[in-house]
Design a protein around this ligand. Structure first.
Ligand code: ADP
Ligand code: MG
Length: 291
């Protein structure tokens, strides 16, 4: 049988990833929004966005500090209830069926979420229990996740002794433990050195290719969007300025254009500007803790 690129779950790719109850079994898109909006008082942080994210792809929400990326991801992960509009994630409406959505997704927030006073193994066991994973499944799943993320040899060391790259990989291991259909990562490589960053990218691509997981990341890093993402949406001042593959977006601007050119062309702004002091400081703080 010829493999369909967007078929999901993809036959033959889910050998050790086969508990179908947590996978997306219906719906044409892994994520679909219709006029999704978030207002804080008078301020509109996310302004009626329409997005479609294909199954089994890495999708990047690219924009400067303050663009509304984290607010969008918080609506997708049911941490914030939309002010208006709708989002369907993994087949369920986030507003009406938040518990169903939560069962089918993984989330790695921008702020560090692993506990430094515990070992990697203990962090994973905590996640396994929080996810309501059955006792006989826990150890095997944890071993798989540690192995997949290359953390076998350090699984019994305290996380506070880990490098930033190892912490991020542990957080990915935690987020994949319950076999989510859609994984959300907020600025996954912020503050990492180039080598650690590439290892995280490579693991994310492996997650997509081996397990067919849909991965949505936010980033303000053009290189990350270019190298890692199959599709991107350019976000600026709460609006989506353009969507497409990095190659098609670059080609739509002019021959030889890079993503910086694409960003300026579609948003009318530069990715370095924008974001108030609080946003920049928040980003830096995470970067420092990971560095
Ligand atoms: N809880 C909140 N209350 C008021 N304003 C907020 C809140 N959360 C975010 N914002 C504002 O919404 C805008 C988008 O923030 P955010 O989604 O964090 O952007 P990004 O992740 O792209 O840097 C920013 O101007 C930010 O200050
Ligand atoms: Mg953010």
């Amino acid at each position: 049988m010829k493999e369909q690129p967007t078929a999901y779950p993809s036959p033959g790719k889910s050998m050790d990833f086969d508990d179908t109850e947590n996978r997306v079994m219906s719906g044409s898109w892994a994520i679909e929004t219709n006029g999704l909006t978030m207002r804080f008082g008078d301020f509109t942080a996310v302004d009626a966005i329409n997005l479609k994210v294909s199954h089994g792809k890495i999708f990047g929400l690219l924009g400067p500090n303050g663009a509304g990326k984290t607010t969008t991801i918080k609506m997708f992960t049911t941490l914030l209830k939309p002010t208006a509009g709708a989002a369907i994630v993994a087949g369920f409406d986030v507003g009406s069926f938040p518990a169903e959505v939560r069962k089918r997704i993984g989330y790695v927030p921008q702020m560090l979420s692993a506990d430094g006073a515990l070992t990697a193994y203990e962090n994973l066991m905590l996640s396994a229990k929080l996810y309501g994973m059955k006792r006989p499944d826990r150890k095997g799943r944890i071993a798989d996740a540690l192995n997949f993320m290359g953390l076998n040899n350090s699984s019994h060391k305290l996380v506070k002794t880990y490098s930033g790259g190892m912490i991020r990989r542990l957080e990915l291991a935690q987020a994949m433990l319950h076999r989510p259909g859609v994984l959300f990562l907020d600025e996954p490589t912020i503050g990492l050195d180039p080598v650690a960053r590439r290892i995280v990218w490579e693991r994310l691509i492996a997650l997509k290719e081996k397990y067919g997981i849909t991965i949505l990341i936010t980033t303000h890093d053009m290189e990350e969007a270019d190298q890692l993402c199959d599709e991107i949406a350019i976000m600026h001042h709460g609006k989506i300025a353009a969507t497409g593959s990095p190659a098609s977006l670059k080609a739509s601007v002019e021959p030889g254009a890079n993503l910086h050119d694409v960003f300026v062309y579609y948003s009318g702004g530069s990715i370095e500007e924008g974001g108030n002091y609080r946003d920049v400081r928040k980003t830096r703080r995470t970067a420092n803790r990971l560095g």
